[in-house]
Design a binder for this molecule. Structure first.
Ligand code: SF4
Length: 115
């Protein structure tokens, strides 16, 4: 399911996002298994203040798509997570996290946590 017009947005909705311990564990595994060149490219891209550290500007997409947090998966489809370019896609009820969060990607959790 992806009828959101993500292409061209350059990660506009990808700001700091809350992650659970389980999600963080998966992300760490993914980041550590990245080829050094890809990881270094992702790490050194000049992003706007507040843009998620994993947003891949060169590719115009999430750099950790297969392990992105639940809130990222829910974005655009729930009444409290509306995509302004396609508000009609937000047909589901209020999204609520199922687990406790351990921090915000980009604010509390930065590249230094993935070394
Ligand atoms: S993890 Fe991926 S989808 Fe989620 S905010 Fe970051 S770049 Fe966007």
């Amino acid at each position: 399911m992806n009828n959101l017009p993500c292409q061209g947005c350059k990660g506009l909705c990808c700001g700091p996002v809350p992650v659970t311990e389980k999600e963080l564990k998966k992300i760490k595994k993914k980041v550590r298994s990245m080829p050094p060149r890809i990881r270094s490219n992702l790490q050194n891209q000049p992003r706007h203040f507040g843009t998620c550290i994993f947003y891949d500007l060169d590719q115009d997409r999430c750099g950790i798509h297969s392990v992105r947090p639940e809130v990222c998966r829910a974005f655009g489809y729930h009444k409290n997570l509306v995509c302004f370019r396609n508000p009609a896609a937000a047909t589901e009820g209020t999204w609520m996290a199922e687990d406790m969060h351990v921090g915000l990607l980009t604010v509390d959790i930065t590249w230094k946590d993935f070394s």
